[in-house]
Design a protein. Structure first.
Length: 124
């Protein structure tokens, strides 16, 4: 089987690549990419007040509730893991993540299985 390696150099491109899995809106994708990039630059492990202030400034949010709504949406989509007071990004969003996509071959039914199913139907 052939293997193709795609290297993405920024979080926004990565989130676009996995958009079918994450179900993010374009605005959420843009802001999550900003969170990932900011945390990578600052070498942060958890989403803290520093991240909140940065996102509120970048997104031009007038109220903190807008930020909390974004975080709630990301938690609902299981992209942020919350353990009481510390919120972390899901491991698939960390830098250096390798994403592997494979296609499964459909399972062929054998003639014996078809015969067994047919036999069950006739005995009932």
């Amino acid at each position: 089987m052939s293997v193709f390696k795609i290297v993405l150099h920024n979080p926004k491109a990565y989130l676009n690549a996995i958009s079918g899995v994450t179900h993010l809106t374009p605005k959420e994708s843009e802001l999550l990419a900003e969170i990932i990039e900011f945390m990578r630059i600052k070498k942060l492990k958890v989403i803290d007040d520093e991240v909140k202030e940065h996102i509120m400034k970048v997104a031009n949010y007038p109220h903190r509730q807008c930020y909390y709504n974004l975080i709630a949406s990301l938690k609902k989509k299981k992209l942020i893991v919350n353990s009481r007071k510390k919120m972390e990004l899901r491991p698939m969003l960390h830098a250096g993540t390798t994403l592997e996509i494979t296609f499964e071959d459909p399972i062929q039914e054998t003639k014996l299985k078809i015969y067994e199913d047919l036999e069950e139907v006739t005995h009932v």
